[in-house]
Structure formats: C-alpha cells, structure tokens
Design a protein. Sequence first.
Lengths: 116, 113
Amino acid sequence: AQSVTQLDSQVPVFEEAPVELRCNYSSSVSVYLFWYVQYPNQGLQLLLKYLSGSTLVESINGFEAEFNKSQTSFHLRKPSVHISDTAEYFCAVSQNSGGSNYKLTFGKGTLLTVNP
Amino acid sequence: EAGVTQSPTHLIKTRGQQATLRCSPISGHTSVYWYQQALGLGLQFLLWYDEGEERNRGNFPPRFSGRQFPNYSSELNVNALELEDSALYLCASSLAFVTYEQYFGPGTRLTVT
C-alpha cells in the first residue's frame, strides 16, 4: 500500500515571496510522483511529474519539484509566487510496477493563498 | 484538442434516489477513472474502466457502479443515495499503457439533500 502526506493544509504567502509545499510518501515499491493543481471550482490539472531520470522536474509556469528517494519526499517550490497561483495543490503517487500503476493515491491537499 | 468533459456540472438529488454522471475522455484515451472528492476525505479512487471492462474499484459499496461505452465514454451510477455521497466526482482519462498519467475533467458536483 502507498500513502501520501502533505504536511501543511494551508500556506499563506505574500506575492513575489518564495514558497515550498511539502509532500512525503510511503511505498514498498518504486513510484511515480505527481503534483496537481486545482483552481477554485475547477478540476485537477497536472502540474508536473517525476517518472525517472533527473530528480528535479519543472513546470512551464515556474514551479519545480525535487524527488528525494532517501527522504521519500517530493516537495514543490516556486521562487516567486503570483496572485494567480492561489489554488489547492495535490501531491499524488502511483506504483511503478506491473498492473498497479493505474491508481493514483493523493494527499489531502495544500491550499496556497497568495496575498497582495 | 478537447480535454475530458463531464456532465452535468451540478446535480441535486434527494436521499434514496439514483444519480447518473457522465464523462467523455480525451480523444485516443481508452482508460477512464472515477474519483470522489468529498470534504474532509480528500480524493479517493472509485473505479477504473478500460476497453469497456471494469478493471478495478476502490473501497466503495456496490451501489457505486458504472460502465464504459464502445466510444470509451463512461457513466457513473450511484444508487440509493446517502447524504455522505455529496461530493465532487472527478473523471480522468489516460492512454491504454500510460495509466499513471491521468488527465482530469472539471467534475460533477453532486449534492444529496
């Protein structure tokens, strides 16, 4: 079984400040890792993913996340946030093995609120 | 390219009734997934359909069921609605052999009164 823990349920920051949203996972097998973003009253959008290779992955809108296998973490960071980044962010994991990689297990989400 | 679409956007039912939610996947995607996003419970995997077959289901009672049609669209049925079924139901789709990379629709907000 796998699980995801998002350590902060809410993160308020000021515009142009840096932000880190924390995500830890547990799994008995190797995993794929994802960050999804959910804007108010919308569905989930895939923000970035780690499948293999470089442990640092980036999105087109300035977010990045680093896979740390020893710490079983996949924290999301942005050096300077905008008001438009206000949303709920979900970390998710799926197993990297056999027929079990269909099931995404999500964390509870972190509400990022960017204030002017 | 059109994304995953879901209908209706909102659905209000009374306890004991049945609800039917619909999903159209991205063109070329054959796998469809359903998730429930309930307050306080987060996102939970409900069902996975591929090539018209139910491949797996999460920890939900049998009154949650569905099907996938030949055009790969899908329907989720919830029978004997209970108040705690009130939630946002999200549909996602993926390519057949890339099941971990799922693209989500906007969801259907089901309210049970």
